[in-house]
Structures are given as structure tokens and as C-alpha cells.
Design a protein around this ligand. Structure first.
Ligand SMILES: [Zn+2]
Length: 381
């Protein structure tokens, strides 16, 4: 089953902090989209990557046997357990010490086989960043709806009938229909309806942890509705889309998704600008691999902004979290053994997840390129 985003986040955090008693994790990510003919391709790819990697590193026999078992387990998952709606599969195994985790995602992942001291969580972090859920609230005087869009599709819809559509005592709540209409002027009833929607929206945001809301309403209604929202809720309304009575629900959701995505991009650009302004001593910005790593080592990073395509090879310690772009004979922190890793930026992402820092993933951002592909906002200067 495709993960709900909150379950996936929990798993991710556990994985980011996981230690293997054998000192290595197998991570496999694959596209399982029908477009990629993966049933044919994936087993061949995985076996050949496995052989290449273990030969290149002259992996000891015992370690290779354990890894082979883990690989077999992933191959079995591929054979029997991938539901058709899955677009990407991530699997993590800790060398036979008992941990095996698989995550099915509605997003294609790059095909990769990694054997490193920690699970390679970066592809899943990227996917979750792109799949972040949002809420669309459609408000009118007659009837309103709140949609929760999760994992790229509709997860929940709550409908609210306005005063004009209420015709039973049950719908009017405490008052009988007759009294309900006699009790107040129409505009007051409409406001009551908007208030009901506003309360439900606030509740949903609190229970779901969703950070972005799109609002669809006629201009005047949108203005009135925004005034009814608590400040913290109104701050989450990042996009307004025009009211179109002729649009289907699906068209409206597509428009909302685009508007939220545009807002997200703008937020990230503002974040990069904020980091840029905060660079230097006394500021709250850090940029580039070395500075970000230093800040992570001091547990200082509040938000990490990373370019989706920035990957550089590096080295890390088998026994602790030491990571660097240049190798060392022994780990300078604990004197443990040092091993090569394919993506040292992935280590920054893993450390950020482990420290509960917020990770934003950007793409095609000129300012982020200037900042060195990875940058952060500090919790304190
Ligand atoms: Zn170390």
C-alpha cells in the first residue's frame, strides 16, 4: 500500500537514525512505474549493480552472503508485493540484523543500489517534499467543500451545506427549519455557514499537519472568509484560485495543485534569498557543503534547502556520523574506519532529518546554485 505521508515521515526519521550491528545498510530505490518496464529490467539491474559494487570494493565473503540475502528479499518484494499504483519503491535492509523496511511511493525513483553505513534516505526525502499534501477549501454561500489532497490525489472531502440548501431539522442543527430561517437575516446565516467551514478548516489543518491551503471563492466571499480565519490558519492560505461554476471538481483540483506548486516555488526562492542575506558572521544563513555540515555538527540547522540534482561523492566513518568530501586515513572524531560514499550531500540530508530540521528540495534555482547547491537557515545566529 502506498504510504500516507505521516507514516512515511515517521519511517524516514527511524531510518535516518538507524545503526546496523554489521556496519552496513543495503538501500535500493527503483521506479516501478508501468512506463519503465521494470518487471523485466529491475532484477537484472539489481544483480549486476550488486556484483559490480561487491567486486569493486572486494567485499568479504561473509558480508557478501548477508547482502545477497537482503537483495533476495527485495527481489521477492518486487516479484510478489508491488501494487499497480506504486510508482517508486524504496527498500532498506541492515545486513541480516533484523531490520527490513520497504516504502511504496506514488512517484518514480531513480534506480539505485547502495551499500553504506547508513540507509540512503535522500530519495525518499525528495519524494515526500514533492508529495506534500495540501488542502483546497471551496467556499460559497450555498454550499462549501474542504478537500484534503494527499499523495497526489484526493484523500478526503467534507461538504458543508449553506443556509439555502438546508431543508431538514437535522441540517439546521439545534433549530427547527422554520425557526432557523426566521431567526436571522440571510447574510447572517451565510456568515454562520462560512464560520462553520472556517472552524472545520482549522481543525483539519491541526489534525493533518498540512501546511498549505488554496482557497477557491468569488472575490467578496474570499475576502470575508479570510477575515473569519484565525491568523495562524489564514497564514497557511498560500494561493487563491478563481471561482468557476462550470469547472468540474477535478479541473478545480488541478488548478489548485498548480497554484500551490507556484506558491511553494516562491517560498523556496524567498528562503534562498533569506539565507543569502543572512550569510556571514552573526547571520542565520549558511551555504555550501562545508558550512552546512559545520552547522549540522553543531545541531544548529532549522531548515535545509538542497538542490535536487546536487550530488558529490565523499567519505564517511563506519562508526560515527563523520562525513567529508576528502578522505582521511582514520576518522578524525573516533578513529574508526573510513569508507567511500556515492553521495555526501545525502549525508547532510540524513543528518538534517535526524535533527528534525525541515528539508526543502529545490530545482532550477539560480540563487541556490550560487549558494553552492545546499544551504540552511540556523535556529540561532
Ligand atoms: Zn568516526
Amino acid at each position: 500500500m502506498i504510504e500516507s505521508i505521516s507514516v512515511a515521515r515517521e519511517k524516514l526519521k527511524t531510518l535516518a537514525g538507524a545503526r546496523s550491528s554489521r556496519g552496513f545498510f543495503l538501500t535500493i530505490t527503483l521506479s516501478t512505474s508501468r512506463l519503465d518496464d521494470w518487471r523485466q529490467f529491475a532484477p537484472t539491474f539489481l544483480n549486476s549493480e550488486f556484483n559490480r559494487l561487491t567486486n569493486e570494493r572486494a567485499t568479504p565473503k561473509e558480508e557478501k552472503r548477508v547482502l545477497q540475502d537482503d537483495l533476495q528479499r527485495v527481489l521477492d518484494v518486487l516479484k510478489y508485493e508491488v501494487p499497480p499504483e506504486t510508482q517508486g519503491l524504496a527498500a532498506f535492509a541492515d545486513g541480516g540484523a533484523g531490520m527490513f523496511e520497504q516504502m511504496e511511493l506514488p512517484l518514480r525513483l531513480v534506480n539505485r543500489l547502495v551499500v553504506e553505513p547508513s540507509p540512503y534516505v535522500r530519495p525518499v526525502v525528495h519524494a515526500l517534499s514533492l508529495l506534500e499534501p495540501f488542502v483546497l477549501v471551496r467556499v460559497s454561500n450555498d454550499d462549501s467543500s474542504i478537500y484534503l489532497l494527499n499523495e497526489w490525489r484526493l484523500a478526503q472531502e467534507d461538504d458543508f451545506a449553506g443556509p439555502h440548501l438546508r431543508s431538514t431539522d437535522r441540517q439546521t442543527g439545534e433549530l427547527a427549519v422554520k425557526e432557523y430561517y426566521a431567526a436571522a437575516r440571510v447574510d447572517q446565516l451565510e456568515e454562520l455557514h462560512h464560520k462553520e467551514v472556517a472552524t472545520a478548516l482549522a481543525k483539519l489543518l491541526e489534525s493533518s499537519g498540512v501546511r498549505r491551503v488554496a482557497l477557491c471563492a468569488q472575490h467578496d466571499i474570499a475576502k470575508a472568509f479570510l477575515r473569519l480565519l484565525p491568523t495562524a490558519v489564514a497564514a497557511k492560505v498560500v494561493a487563491e484560485i478563481p471561482w468557476d461554476a462550470a469547472a468540474t471538481t477535478n479541473q478545480m483540483l488541478v488548478t489548485a495543485r498548480e497554484a500551490v506548486e507556484t506558491a511553494r516555488r516562491k517560498e523556496m526562492e524567498a528562503l534562498a534569498a533569506r539565507i543569502n542575506e543572512g550569510l556571514g558572521s552573526g547571520g542565520r544563513g549558511v551555504a555550501g557543503f562545508a558550512e552546512v555540515l559545520g552547522a549540522l555538527n553543531r545541531h544548529q540547522v532549522q531548515k535545509l534547502l538542497v538542490d535536487r540534482n546536487y550530488r558529490v561523492p565523499g567519505w564517511r566513518c563506519k562508526d560515527c556520523d563523520w562525513v567529508a568530501l576528502a578522505t582521511a586515513v582514520r576518522c578524525p572524531d573516533c578513529a574508526g574506519g573510513v569508507v567511500p560514499i556515492a553521495d555526501a550531500v545525502g549525508e547532510l540530508v540524513r543528518l538534517a532529518v535526524l535533527q528534525n530540521a525541515f528539508v526543502e528540495v529545490g530545482e532550477d534555482m539560480p540563487l541556490l546554485d550560487e549558494l553552492g547547491g545546499v544551504a540552511g537557515v540556523l535556529r540561532y545566529a
